[in-house]
Ligand binder design. Structure first.
Ligand SMILES: [Zn+2]
Length: 222
């Protein structure tokens, strides 16, 4: 059973034979932003040689793949590892084994690593020196389905947010904010898998956890 603190008790959903009971805290809608520029740079900018080494490191790639809950080709693939304040995944990579003089490990933005794993190295803007953003067409920042990613600028990302933030049923309307939504989805996946739930039960749990924070979605789901 998975429970969240405070708020309203929702109708139970069965996960792996046990009732799934979720308590949702109602909050003011949170703006879906990236972390501060400095923090984001640390999470996304790696020395070129280290990035190449990590992308070619079987242990790092296996760790990345183990944190992605893969579903159908058109579905979102939630990150089930550590999550940042904006709902993006965090991947801890061991770096000392690759270069002995480096720190033992480093935390990076998982979807930026995943983009480069699936599509190739990102090139920095020659004028600003910044990497392009990896935007989520599905508006689920914890999603790691490469088909849902598109390269863009901060302006593109903001324009998408403004255009879709009030769309009925959009993840952007989730009252828990991006991190709360991502944590809720991650929690039910991990709980369901720990209970040996079948794929159908995991799907139902993901749908229920996603709908729990969307105004009006509960009535449509149940
Ligand atoms: Zn997605």
């Amino acid at each position: 059973m998975v429970a969240f603190r405070g708020g309203v008790t929702r109708r139970p959903v069965t996960v792996g034979g046990a009732p799934y009971r979720e308590v949702v805290t109602i909050q003011a809608p949170a703006v879906w932003r990236l972390p501060a520029v400095g923090e984001w740079e640390r999470l996304t900018r790696l020395p070129a040689d280290l990035l190449q080494a990590l992308l070619a490191d079987p242990e790092t790639v296996a760790r990345y793949n183990a944190k992605v809950y893969q579903r159908g080709a058109g579905q979102c693939w939630p990150w089930v590892g550590a999550l940042g304040s904006a709902g993006h995944g965090r991947l801890r990579c061991g770096t000392r084994a690759l270069e002995p003089e480096r720190p033992a490990s480093r935390v990076i933005a998982s979807h930026v690593f995943g983009w480069q794993l699936s599509r190739g190295i990102l090139a920095a803007d020659p004028v600003t020196g910044r990497l392009p953003l990896i935007c989520h067409r599905c508006d689920e920042p914890s999603c790691h389905n490469p088909a849902h990613w598109v390269c863009g600028t901060a302006a593109d990302n903001w324009a998408d947010y403004v255009a879709r933030r009030h769309a009925p049923g959009s993840p952007l309307t989730d009252t828990r904010g991006p991190r709360g939504r991502a944590v809720a989805i991650r929690s039910v996946i991990l709980a369901a898998l720990a209970e040996g739930a079948g794929a159908g039960e995991v799907e139902a749990a993901i749908e229920a956890a996603g709908a729990a924070g969307i105004p009006g979605a509960q009535g449509a789901l149940f």
